[in-house]
Design a protein around this ligand. Structure first.
Ligand SMILES: Cc1cc2nc3c(=O)[nH]c(=O)nc-3n(C[C@H](O)[C@H](O)[C@H](O)COP(=O)(O)O)c2cc1C
Length: 365
């Protein structure tokens, strides 16, 4: 039995929705913990004023009673507060009354680097907004809410997950990040960066070498590549390993079965190996530029400048939170497969019995 997640919701539609299936019953959730992650996602030095407007808060519609899961689908909702300004433009039913507010004028100038062109062609949209509303990273708020639930599940077996920024615009410390962001903002340009997610307490044996689709590294890479603007994923020392000799690259096994190095990032043979899990994701510079790139008007065929829509200079700090949620979700999914559990007590007991069998203790560093 595997956890399942489906999300829906347009960027300026009424709300985002997430449905989480097969959580054990009896898992205690805290609204504040979910809202805290939603707030962390919105914050960051390079983000646009849109973020200040959102004030995301989770509403739970089903699957929870008195703060504990029921073992039935958990339905989460996050309202888009900005929808009020788009009520006509993003009305789910044919709008009534005079056109007013935002989103009234069709978008015909696709932005390079976005889903705009391929999406409009693929789905036959005359108004590119029909693509960009869902392709937008606004949907990551729903994934962050699901990630907060996954972290609550992982906490019951002593697993913690944390994302952090490694690089922004090629700089590696906070001063550099701010300076690079300010400079890009002045130039009406954008930046990308690198984030790292670390998970501690992950027991050996999550995932499997049995088949490609069971490999934990494949799932983590897929989950991270599934985030908008992520163009590279590294497990452990990843690309640097390609330049080393085997004698320099692998983590030798100590008598107590731990390792003195962790270049593999805690995964061997598609399974966690008991060392801290380390994964990195590279984010391209955001594609909506305040100094727009060249495009074509899909209606007239004339050259023109791409749509300018309120946008971030960089969203690397936000990506750290979104990537953390993605890793947490995959680890929770792999844990649920390994330890089962219709009730949370079964899940925790199976984990404890497994650790006793393999005599493994999480590393305390
Ligand atoms: C947290 C987050 C925030 C983002 N914010 C913006 C933004 O403000 N403006 C923008 O053009 N792209 C933003 N993006 C990136 C685009 O959503 C993404 O580049 C686009 O949908 C095309 O998908 P692709 O880059 O995966 O090919 C953001 C991505 C993430 C993960």
């Amino acid at each position: 039995m595997s956890l399942e997640l489906v999300t829906a919701g347009e960027s300026h539609g009424p709300a985002l929705v997430a449905i989480l299936r097969r959580l054990p019953a009896g898992l205690r959730l805290e609204r504040e913990a979910i809202d805290l992650d939603l707030r962390r996602r919105r914050e960051g030095y390079g983000r646009s004023p849109r973020q200040a407007m959102e004030h995301d808060e989770v509403e739970v519609l089903a699957g929870l009673r008195h703060g504990a899961t029921l073992g039935t689908p958990l339905a989460l909702l996050i309202r888009n507060r900005d929808h009020a300004n788009w009520a006509w433009g993003m009305s789910v039913w044919p709008p009534e009354g005079e056109p007013q507010g935002k989103g009234v004028k069709p978008v015909t100038l696709p932005r390079p680097g976005h889903a705009d062109l391929a999406g409009a062609l693929k789905y036959g949209h005359d108004d590119v907004r029909n693509t960009l509303e869902r392709a937008s990273a606004r949907q990551t708020a729903a994934h962050v809410a699901a990630g907060a639930v996954a972290k609550a599940l992982l906490e019951t077996i002593g697993v913690s997950v944390a994302g952090r920024v490694v690089e922004i615009g090629g700089t590696t410390d906070e001063q550099g990040w701010k300076a690079a962001t300010d400079a890009a903002r002045t130039d009406r340009d954008t930046l990308g960066g690198v984030v790292e997610v670390r998970a501690d307490g992950v027991p050996p044996g999550l995932g499997s070498y049995g088949d490609k689709g069971d490999r934990l590294d494949m799932r983590l890479a897929g989950a991270l590549m599934g985030i908008q603007a992520v163009k590279g994923v590294e497990i452990g020392e990843g690309f640097a390993l390609a330049r080393l000799r085997g004698s320099e690259a692998h983590d030798e096994i100590e008598p107590d079965r731990t390792r003195s190095s962790n270049r593999a990032g805690g995964i061997e043979g598609g399974m966690s190996n008991g060392e801290p899990l380390l994964v990195r994701a590279a984010m391209k510079p955001l594609p909506t530029l305040m100094r727009p790139l060249q495009s074509v008007d899909l209606e007239t065929g004339e050259p023109g400048e791409a749509l300018v829509e309120r946008s971030d200079v960089q969203a690397v700090e936000a990506l750290a939170v979104v990537a953390e949620a993605a890793v947490a979700w995959e680890l929770a999914r792999a844990s649920r497969e390994k330890f089962g559990g219709d009730a949370i007590g079964d899940f925790v007991a199976a984990h404890r019995a497994y650790l006793e069998r393999i005599t493994w203790r999480p590393r305390t560093r």
